[in-house]
Design a protein around this ligand. Structure first.
Ligand SMILES: *Cc1c(COP(=O)(O)O)cnc(C)c1O
Length: 377
């Protein structure tokens, strides 16, 4: 009954590499021959191309998405105890970046449909120490930005977007990354736009923010060996930038395929009992970095799929406020019932542009079979 020869990976980055191998190999080879590996023409060109893609004036390449967040918050001049409002249902790096800056995270719960920031909860969390709102466009589904922009305007707050999962996503027909004072992207290999190693970028329309991040990523250097800030070594390297320049040309095409795959999953799974398909609000373009379903029998379904060769993920199994690293600080207060509930019910199905229709059908047939087996008395 169980066909163990079929394997559907959660992601397969090699398939994509094979499609663009010639171009990528050539660009990497050029970098090797140039002898220039740090802050050269590829980084500069990619920054320009990515800024243009997002529709902002400046982009500054850094070493990771985490660094992008950390440097943005540093540039905004947070002081000890200043508060940053974000969500517990996110990758831990969002909150780490706040802690690196000695600021305090204040959580608002997520919305039970989109699993992203419930913006209606933000106003209640404001105090006189609130400085920054940090929405996370989790899974590639944009946060409802208009109410946040209004709150920021009324209360003189800054907005940093965590767009690490949302390359190519749109809110009201504008690219995610163009709404906040600045936005942060990750080029971790499995992201919608991924390097072949670590990388990240800060995008902004604010020249001062761009200049400061540019200095901070390179030891706070104003000019060679003259340092006006205590900075970091956090640079996007030439090889990664060369790879990203190739891949950026395909990004919109890949997002469209992700959306078609999501559509196909939706069609095939919409009737399955006890399975909730992801929602996409009418005012957004979801970039489907991950395709997340919800079921009360999550662990059973995950094992069921695994025994049929289907790899899945959980994004994420523990909300940040309940992670040991933060629990032991005892600083995070409040309960977040939606985040706490969904972590036991969410399941991410295989999602990458090179997934075949046969694979999608195989995954869905297995989910459906599980649903039927559960529905039986
Ligand atoms: C991946 C990710 C990060 C961190 O990016 P890295 O490049 O891995 O440092 C931060 N926030 C979210 C939501 C992410 O998905």
């Amino acid at each position: 009954m169980t066909d163990t020869t079929i394997r559907v990976p959660f992601v397969d980055l090699v398939r994509q590499y094979h499609q663009i191998r010639e171009e990528v190999d050539e660009r990497i080879h050029e970098v090797l021959e140039s002898g220039r590996f740090i802050l050269g023409e590829n980084v500069e060109a990619f920054e320009e191309e990515f800024a243009k893609y997002i529709g902002v004036k400046y982009a500054v390449g850094v070493a990771s998405g985490t660094d992008a967040l950390t440097l943005c918050l540093r540039v905004l001049g947070l002081k000890n105890g200043d508060e940053v409002i974000t969500v517990p249902n996110t990758f831990i790096a969002t909150v780490d970046a706040i802690y690196y800056n000695k600021a305090t995270p204040f959580f608002v719960d997520v919305d039970s449909e989109t699993y992203t920031m419930n913006v209606l909860g933000v106003k209640k969390k404001l105090t006189e120490r609130t400085k920054v709102l940090l929405p996370v466009h989790l899974y590639g589904h944009p946060v409802d930005m208009d109410p946040l922009l209004e709150i920021a305007e009324e209360n003189n707050l800054r907005i940093v977007e965590d767009a690490c999962q949302a390359h190519g996503a749109e809110y009201k027909r504008k690219k995610i990354g163009s709404f906040g004072d600045c936005a942060c992207f990750s080029f971790y290999p499995a992201k919608n736009l991924g390097a072949y190693g670590d990388g990240g970028i800060v995008v902004t329309n604010d020249e001062q923010i761009a200049d400061s991040v540019r200095m901070l990523r390179n030891y706070g250097e104003k000019k060679k060996y003259y340092h006006s800030l205590i900075g970091y070594n956090s640079r996007l390297d030439e090889i990664q930038a060369a790879v990203l320049r190739v891949k950026l040309k395909y990004l919109d095409q890949w997002i469209e395929v992700r959306r078609r795959i999501a559509q196909r999953y939706n069609e095939l799974l919409s009737g399955v009992p006890n399975v909730t398909i992801p929602s996409e609000k009418s005012y957004v373009k979801h970039a489907y970095h991950v395709y997340v379903i919800r079921t009360p029998h999550r662990n059973e379904l995950r094992n069921w799929l695994s025994s049929r060769g289907v790899s899945t993920g959980i994004h994420y199994p523990v909300p940040v406020h309940l992670q040991d690293a933060y629990m032991c600080l005892g600083l995070v207060s409040g309960s977040f019932p939606v985040s706490e509930k969904i972590v036991g019910e969410i399941l991410s199905l295989p999602m990458f542009p090179e997934l075949t229709d046969d694979e999608i059908c195989y995954v869905c047939a297995a989910v459906e079979e599980f649903g039927r087996s559960q529905a039986k008395p």
